[in-house]
Design a binder for this molecule. Sequence first.
Ligand code: ADP
Ligand code: MG
Length: 234
Amino acid sequence: YPAVKRKYCREDFQVKPIEEVKRLATFSSLGVSAELTNILKDHGIYEPTPIQEQAIPILHEGQDVIAQAQTGTGKTLAFVLPILEQIQPDGYAPQALIVTPTRELALQITSELNKLTEHLTGIHTLAVYGGQDIQGQLNKLEKQVNIVVATPGRLLDHLRRGTVSLSEVSLFVLDEADQMLQFGFMPEIKEIIGQLPERRQTMLFSATMPDEVRALAKRYMTSPRNVKVRGSDT
Ligand code: ADP
Ligand code: MG
């Protein structure tokens, strides 16, 4: 009767120790505002993923973070939520810059931000990437933009033309840093960082942590805290 025996296995009825239950994080317990927590619920997002659980509280403290977790583990929200908590809705110049390796990722992050800010007043996100009419991007840059989500090449075009200013950027995200390295974007990244204010919070997210990415973090980040979700490679 193995099936029957399995059915009534004692472990199945064991209650989780109270500590374990208590430790389950919610977005609220990580310091995410009630307003954003409710918006997340409306989009079917109820519980933080492990990388969100680890990174969000540190980012709320304003510290630099190096976060490593595999693809598909929710790294985007791990930086998007703390950014949304910190953005001042007034002001025209971008306060947050998210640099990501591909146009697809730039569009994905932008749509995630737009979904969350749809009902928040005064937060505007602009995607800046190659292969898209630069004039359209220029027109939008003349309006209020709080968050810029960009691929490195097109952002540099704008910086060289003087059509985007990074002087008010206090929140900087280097997304999918290992892919940036693979695509040969390190020189562009360094040039972009060179134009950012020294006083800023820097967040580096990556699935893997090659030496060159570590070296970049060491050079451009301030006492970064490391968070890593087990199971990610290297
Ligand atoms: P990564 O950057 O780590 O590859 P993403 O941030 O793109 O992963 O997230 C992958 C998917 O998981 C997305 O569709 C996202 O909406 C979803 N997701 C993120 N966080 C949560 C969560 N806390 N609960 C449920 N789904 C989530
Ligand atoms: Mg990602």
